[in-house]
Design a protein around this ligand. Structure first.
Ligand code: NAP
Length: 563
């Protein structure tokens, strides 16, 4: 069993293309890829060359000799994806080499090189820039509302998942390529309009994600003590817009409604040992609040049964390796019953992990997580502040109450409309065909407008799922450019920078971001942490200003040291 893919797998499939013997599946052209929870190495076919290890942006692949105790379940998880075959047969019978996805090919036309504005700077945006910059001469201007880039990788991935955050190494490398320019701290819709961008670029690609969460519409949501899991995610990750979210951890129990991976992240952080979190990049104020926390139990409640859980197997395994997770007797019985009915391997693996969890009747000795199933939320109770949630046992009239001083909904994200573009409110996406924005009323393309990531396909998948998604959008964009369907910018590439500086003097460029990045890392070094984040925009601007005020020679030396 030479190499094993572990929990941090981001699904960007770089490993698939690096593998010389096609032993990593599903590949992006296989139907299971779109829904796969991770990628898997075929232990019989792997030739132990290590090419996948070098290709993986998040260090998720380890040789079997270096698998750590908590990663051991992934040996079987990788193996079980592949069919049994006779001894000595290396490859499954259907195996074929993964086709290299063709790069978008451009035929230069017009006065200016292809110039694309990308709105947003998360994974979908960075992978789109990566694809565009494979072509000679292409210019990419990236616009981001915050002073710091990389979207959910910085502000969404849980701080105890530092491996996943390693994707920023790849993003840093992309952002340093010739032709790439950052316009950070610039809000499209406020400082610049869609028309402004379109006038200065051949195309505008929105990769702005799905910022907002779906709301749980039951009585009592809105009482102090209620909120959303995504607010807590922004809060502990130091997102400036969530730094002031009131988080009162003086209660003994928190209830989270919904059992997707976001719920697992939040429950894990709320119950984690603060000393362990103190070695991460969690926001300082969140760490202080967690040190004072009285929370001893987080209950993750699902309206359906165990077999229909929304969390993924890798995240469930990771959770049970780091936290104390329990079920009460009724839910243990539900798991056992589902095990008699369910036959697909992945769901059975999840149920088997659940079946081995401890019993909730045991006394609480350290903060723990409890899964609860088949409870449909009915209302939040409380007099001035939430004190309990009432559920009905799904499909019945039986009412169950869980006392809780904090109630968080974690029922998925929803895209937000983009000014001047059509929007499908039900799906929470911008209507598109292969990333090309379409007017749903006429079926016609909206000239020059493209989408990628969650705002294109809805809120599913993992960081790396955006690589194949963005590649498809760039192929569409390139085809439109080659077919002369894109309008030339009205002015040369420098004009947009002048316009941005007029509208937003506090625009931050790549050097400014590097100054913030470096200052955070230096603050972290003293405490043996990857970084100590700035969580207030004025503090970030101060760092950028101090850097800009450095004498020219010092800046040159600093730049030389960086390269
Ligand atoms: P999610 O996976 O879509 O889970 C949503 C949960 O909310 C489900 O349990 C769903 O139950 C429940 N729900 C929806 N409406 C409800 C209602 N009205 N009442 C009660 N429950 C309701 O959402 P998510 O956790 O926000 O994750 C979003 C995406 O990000 C997912 O693709 C996830 O895998 C990804 N993500 C990945 C990671 C990671 O890999 N570490 C971390 C975070 C997020 P039903 O199934 O019954 O509808």
């Amino acid at each position: 069993m030479p190499h094993v893919i572990t929990q941090a797998c981001c699904n960007d499939a770089s490993c698939v293309f690096a593998c010389p013997v096609n032993c990593i599946h599903p590949t992006p052209d296989e139907p299971e890829f779109a829904t796969s929870e991770m990628l898997y190495i075929d232990p019989d076919a792997c030739v132990d060359c290590g090419a996948c290890v070098r290709a993986c942006p998040v260090d998720a692949i380890v040789p079997h000799t270096k698998v750590m105790t908590e990663q051991l379940p992934f040996v079987e998880i990788n193996r079980s994806f592949y069919p049994e075959r006779p001894a000595g047969v290396k490859l499954p019978p259907t195996s074929k080499l993964a086709p290299i996805l063709p790069a978008a090919e451009l035929h230069q036309r017009g006065k200016y090189p292809l110039t694309v504005a990308i709105v947003g700077s998360g994974p979908a945006a960075m992978y789109a820039a990566d694809e565009l910059l494979t072509q000679q001469g292409v210019l990419v201007n990236m616009f981001e509302k915050l002073p710091t880039p990389y979207g959910l990788v910085r502000a969404g991935v849980a701080p105890d998942h530092q491996r996943t955050k390693l994707a920023t190494r790849l993003f840093d490398e992309i952002s340093q390529r010739r032709g790439f320019q950052f316009f950070l701290n610039v809000e499209v819709g406020k400082h610049l309009s869609h028309t402004d961008l379109l006038q200065h670029h051949h195309a505008v690609l929105y990769a702005s994600g799905a910022l907002h969460d779906k709301r749980l519409e039951i009585d009592g949501m809105g009482l102090p003590g209620t909120g959303t899991a995504t607010e807590i995610v922004g809060w502990y990750n130091g997102h400036p817009e969530f730094a002031d979210v009131p988080v009162d951890l003086s209660c003994g129990r928190v209830v989270i409604v919904g059992n997707g991976n976001v719920a697992l992240d939040v429950a894990r952080i709320l119950t984690a040992d603060p000393d362990r979190l103190a070695r991460t990049d969690i926001a300082d104020y969140a760490l202080a609040a967690l040190r004072d926390s009285a929370v001893s139990e987080v209950v993750i409640v699902a309206r359906r049964g165990p077999a229909a859980s929304a969390f993924t197997l890798p995240e469930l395994v990771g959770l049970t390796q780091t936290a104390e997770v329990v079920l009460d007797a009724q839910d243990h019985a539900r798991v056992r019953e589902d095990l008699t009915k369910v036959h697909d391997t992945l769901t059975r693996q999840k149920l088997e992990v659940l079946s081995k969890l401890g019993d909730a009747s045991a006394p609480i000795t350290r903060p723990r997580i409890r899964f609860a199933f088949e409870l449909t939320p009915a209302r939040v109770l409380g007099d001035g502040r939430c004190s309990a949630v009432e559920f009905t046992v799904t499909g019945t009239d039986e009412v169950q109450r869980i006392e809780a001083g904090m109630v968080l909904s974690s029922i998925g994200y929803h895209g937000t409309p983009i000014a001047d573009l059509p929007f499908d409110e039900a799906a929470g996406v911008v209507p598109n065909e292969g990333g090309r924005v379409i007017d749903p009323a006429t079926g016609e393309r909206i000239p020059g407008a493209y989408v990628s990531g969650w705002i294109k396909r809805g809120t599913n998948g993992f960081i790396g799922s955006n690589k194949a998604d963005s590649l498809k959008t760039i192929q569409t964009l390139a085809a439109d450019y080659n077919a002369d369907l894109l309008t030339e910018p009205i002015a040369g590439p420098r004009a947009i920078a002048r316009l941005v500086h007029e509208r937003q003097p506090d625009v931050i460029d790549a050097a400014g971001w590097k100054a913030i990045d470096k200052a955070e890392i230096v603050r972290g070094e003293a405490q043996d942490r990857p970084r100590v984040k700035f969580t207030r925009v004025p503090d970030m601007l101060e760092v950028v200003k101090d850097h800009a005020d450095l004498p020219l020679l010092q800046n040159l030396l600093a730049a030389l040291r960086r390269h």
